[in-house]
Every structure is written in structure tokens, then in C-alpha cells.
Design a protein around this ligand. Structure first.
Ligand SMILES: Nc1ncnc2c1ncn2[C@@H]1O[C@H](COP(=O)(O)OP(=O)(O)O)[C@@H](O)[C@H]1O
Ligand SMILES: [Mg+2]
Length: 281
């Protein structure tokens, strides 16, 4: 099986401080992968290493089965959306993208196509400094996808956005996956991760402390393993999820008393609070 990205024992030190302590991760081709973790965990640092903006202290990265060289050598076509990868404030939306069509070596008309896709075509003549936060995010995403990259890195793509704009970004991310791109994103938003990602990893204190499909991870932490039943009339019943509850559950069902029935596996948010001992921003 070939992976889009394969990391082996990635270590990053800044002076004495070891920010990444040996990261091993495999990202499947064509998936949306979510790297989760509290702020300061090292998520942006890992994206910088993968996109060739930072040379790791130790360890190696392979893209599509091939070793990445130093810096940008050997990197596949990639797109990225991150805060520090800025926009020119005085230039219009169109001019910002147009500049990058030259850098990417793609036809100029891709700028207009990308603006249409993110719903900014009507604002193409606006200078970036006049854009709202949501419009900026959409412009950054337009730039990231303009060259149809095989791998897309999105560093907190929807942080600070209203739910409608966040949903638009999610839709575009899913379109990119449908096109065949592999997406590597970081997020604080556990609902977003659960909804979008086929696999998530939790980075905590420089190490990956959990990895899996969101549903699978949640099931692993179902310590309570109970059934929560709400009966018509409002009574809540908590039963162990084993054969000792069978007669009771059968009875409720036979008498058509069950309004809702749930198992107690936690949400991703609860799992990650348990693992990190704190919440996300
Ligand atoms: N260039 C740098 N020099 C020194 N320390 C850095 C540098 N970049 C990041 N760090 C430190 O590394 C840690 C992880 O940062 P970062 O990767 O930005 O975390 P995250 O994106 O998960 O919030 C932080 O403690 C941060 O201060
Ligand atoms: Mg960050």
C-alpha cells in the first residue's frame, strides 16, 4: 500500500525544547486526515516540516513512496493554507491569485476559476485589506487549490469562522477529496474532525497519543459501556450494556415505552479532554 505521506520518527527541537518527539504517521492517499491537539502541541510545526518550510532535527518523510529531499526538493504538487503564508493586503483578490498562477506555472484563467469556486468572483477587484475574515479564508483556500495539488495542507482552515462560512469551506474540502486530492488538516474543532476526517491523530506533548477513525476512537473510550434509555413520560434509565439488561430492555420495547436509546461512547471532544487533561480553545 502506498501512502500519500509517511513520517518516520520526526523530531523537532528548538534549542533545548523538543517540540516533536518522534512522530510516526501514515496518511492514506485520497483521505482527509485530521491532526488534532491543544494549541502549542506542534501541529503547525509538523505542517511546516511536511511542506518544506522547516528542516526537521531528525527523522524522514516520504511522499507517495519517495523520500523527500532537503527543503522543497522532491515534494509533490502541494497546496497549503496557513496563517503565515500571507496575502498581499494592497493587491486585489484577483491580483493575489494571478501572481500565484505565475509562481505555480498554471494558466492565468485558473485565478478566475478559483474565485468562482469559493464565491469571491463578485469581489475579485476588492483589495485584500477590505475583506472580512471569512472572505480571507476563502481566498486562501482558492489559492491553495488553484494548481490542483495532489496534497493539500490546511492549518486550522475554519478557525474563527461563522458556521455558514465554515460549512462552505468544508464543502470545498470535500470537493477536493472527490477530485482525488489527499487532505491533511489541523483543527481545534472536534465536530469538524468527526464529520470530515477518515482518520484523526491526537498530538499531545510532542507525541501521537491516539490514532484511528473518529468512530473507532470514540468506541475505544466507552468506559461506562451503558445504555441510556429515555422512556415516554420522561424517566431516564441507565443499564449496563450486557445480558443482565436484556429482560428490562425487552420489556420496555414490548410495552413501546422507549422514546430514545443511546450507548455511552463519548464524543471526540470528551476523549481528547481525557487524554490531554484539558480542552481545546
Ligand atoms: N521557530 C520557532 N522557534 C522556537 N520555538 C518555536 C518555533 N516555532 C514553534 N515553536 C514552539 O513550538 C511549540 C509548538 O508550536 P506550534 O507548532 O505552533 O503549535 P500548534 O500549531 O499546535 O499550536 C510552541 O511551544 C511554540 O512556541
Ligand atoms: Mg498552529
Amino acid at each position: 500500500m502506498e501512502y500519500a505521506v509517511e513520517m518516520r520518527n520526526i523530531v523537532q527541537k528548538f534549542g533545548e525544547k523538543e517540540v516533536l518527539k518522534g512522530i510516526d504517521l501514515k496518511i492514506h492517499e485520497g483521505e482527509i486526515f485530521g491532526l488534532l491537539g491543544p494549541s502549542g502541541a506542534g501541529k503547525t510545526t509538523l505542517i511546516k516540516i511536511l511542506t518544506g518550510q522547516l528542516k526537521q532535527t531528525a527523522g524522514e518523510v516520504q511522499f507517495l513512496g519517495k523520500n523527500a529531499g532537503n527543503g522543497k526538493k522532491g515534494l509533490p504538487d502541494m497546496g497549503m493554507m496557513m496563517d503565515n503564508f500571507g496575502l498581499y493586503e494592497r493587491l486585489t483578490c484577483y491580483d493575489n491569485l494571478k501572481l500565484f498562477t505565475r509562481i505555480y506555472g498554471v494558466p492565468g484563467k485558473k485565478a478566475d476559476e478559483a474565485l468562482r469556486r469559493v464565491g469571491l468572483y463578485g469581489d475579485r477587484k476588492q483589495p485584500v485589506m477590505k475583506l472580512s475574515k471569512g472572505m480571507r479564508s476563502r481566498l486562501l483556500l482558492a489559492r491553495a487549490v488553484m494548481n490542483e495539488p495532489r496534497i493539500l495542507f490546511l492549518d486550522e482552515p475554519s478557525s474563527g469562522l461563522d458556521p455558514v462560512t465554515a460549512a462552505e469551506i468544508h464543502k470545498l474540502v470535500c470537493e477536493e477529496r472527490s477530485r482525488g486530492a489527499t487532505i491533511f488538516l489541523t483543527t481545534h474543532n472536534m465536530e469538524e474532525a468527526h464529520k470530515l476526517c477518515s482518520h484523526v491523530a491526537l498530538l499531545h506533548e510532542g507525541m501521537i497519543v491516539e490514532y484511528g477513525q473518529p468512530e473507532q476512537v470514540c468506541r475505544r473510550y466507552n468506559h461506562q459501556n451503558k445504555l441510556l434509555i429515555r422512556l415516554y413520560g420522561g424517566e431516564q434509565v441507565e443499564l449496563s450494556n450486557n445480558r443482565t439488561s436484556a429482560d428490562k430492555v425487552k420489556g420496555y420495547l414490548e410495552q413501546e415505552m422507549v422514546e430514545t436509546i443511546h450507548s455511552t461512547e463519548p464524543s471526540l471532544e470528551t476523549v481528547f479532554m481525557e487524554l490531554t487533561g484539558r480542552g481545546f480553545e
